[in-house]
Design a protein around this ligand. Sequence first.
Ligand code: G3I
Length: 354
Amino acid sequence: MKKIIAPVFLSFLLFFSFCTTQQNEHQQTTLKQSANYPVGTAVGFKWLKNDTTARKIIQKDFNSLTAENCMKMYAVQPKQDSFVWKKTDYLVEFCRQNDIRLHGHALNWYLSTPKWVKAYNGDSSALEQILKNHIQTYAGRYKGKVASWDVVNEALADETGGYRSCVWFDELGKDYVARSFKYARQADPDVKLFYNDYYLESDTAKLETCLKMIDEFQQKNIPIDGIGLQFHLYIDHPSIDAIENALEEFTKRDLLIHISELDITFNHHRSEPKYHQFTDSMAMVQKQRYFEIVDAYQRIVPKEQQYGISVWGFLDKYTWIRSFFDIPAWPCLYDDDYQAKPAYFGFLKAAQQQ
Ligand code: G3I
């Protein structure tokens, strides 16, 4: 009898420990549970609404959302004074139901300026009024519902150290950036206000101008709470040292730091694609790169300045890079079939070691 009981007992023990391990592994696969800070993703409105598998992943892994496109000015005020709230209302409700933070993107971005503004031929004070009205109507309506805003996105030009030419800069001068922050603060005294930009980690002229702008804001009491470092990265560029340098510089300014649009791609956007298939060895290199970025953020940015890490979409199949640049791309944490990639486990491993 003893001979029978022992193996049965052993099998039971093994089965029990297997279940426990499975359960632990299941829990470990949750990004938001592992990180000490919010983990976010950009969402496309259509797929958020219709793709139930993607929604389940959001509910499992993320506790911060950014609208990929539907909160941009062309979507919210497509005609002058005619505001469209439906999609933002939907996002606010989705976030409320799922206990997710909503990060607003963006109050002002040259690339999302609607046609009617670009075609505008009034004087500069009327254009200023359009800027103020858009920001205050929008931020005012979502007061207490949107946790933070990218107030101005990408105001700085590439590689020149100057401001980007656009209707706002050309007509209102560089101070339109500071005034946008003031207008947003007047509309919502408690919301967190961010300046958001890309390549601050690799474009030294842009980084310098951005730091100067932040220093001026802080000296003049312009209400800025944080910096959004987009981090649309390549697998081989920029170096981890350059990334750490950017994190250090903004951390010194006592700002909240949001890695706001992280993705890591292989083919460079503006040259002939070198990679046509995503191989296992590419997946492992990408895993290591995700690990290093998350690890650098956690090491360099003190807890009280960590606003979180948001990826710019989590499914390769919905990545903006494929359609925008018409190149093969696999920059996300999940593959085309909703399976977590090694990249996911690179992020997770770093988050778990805090
Ligand atoms: O919805 C229309 C569709 O009706 C039309 O048939 C199609 C034809 O081109 O265009 C569709 O709109 C596209 C839209 O994405 C939705 O898919 C636009 O052309 C396309 O330009 C737009 O691209 C977005 C881009 O911002 C410009 O707004 C990307 O999805 C979005 O990922 C990207 O996000 C930006 C951040 O806001 C700021 N930082 C950089 C980041 C990546 O560029």
